[in-house]
Write a protein that binds this ligand. Sequence first.
Ligand SMILES: [Zn+2]
Length: 116
Amino acid sequence: MHELAFVEGIVQQVKELKLFHRFNRVREIEIICGPYNSVSADNLEFVLSHLSDQCLNQAKVSVRRVISKYFCSQCALEFDDHDSIEGLCPICHSCRSVVEARRAPYIHKLEVEDEN
Ligand SMILES: [Zn+2]
């Protein structure tokens, strides 16, 4: 399963955050999954929800897939994937648009319980 590599990365990040911020465990974690990868949001959520890792155990997990966002370097318009054809700016039709959404899944929100 392709998602395992991403899960390992996310768990590693959570462990580093735990060390740095000294929290006890994660209450809720929200992952954003970019549009251009083969990661299944459902699989990612399943694997993360069934981890036996101490700090993520019993955490509420949600994975959200986002659509592409573009930024036109010609007229500075921000637009969504569905507003354009192949990334062309819907206003000035420039092809010099930049995709803004990140590809790999990343931690968007982390709710934690403090150490007492
Ligand atoms: Zn434009």
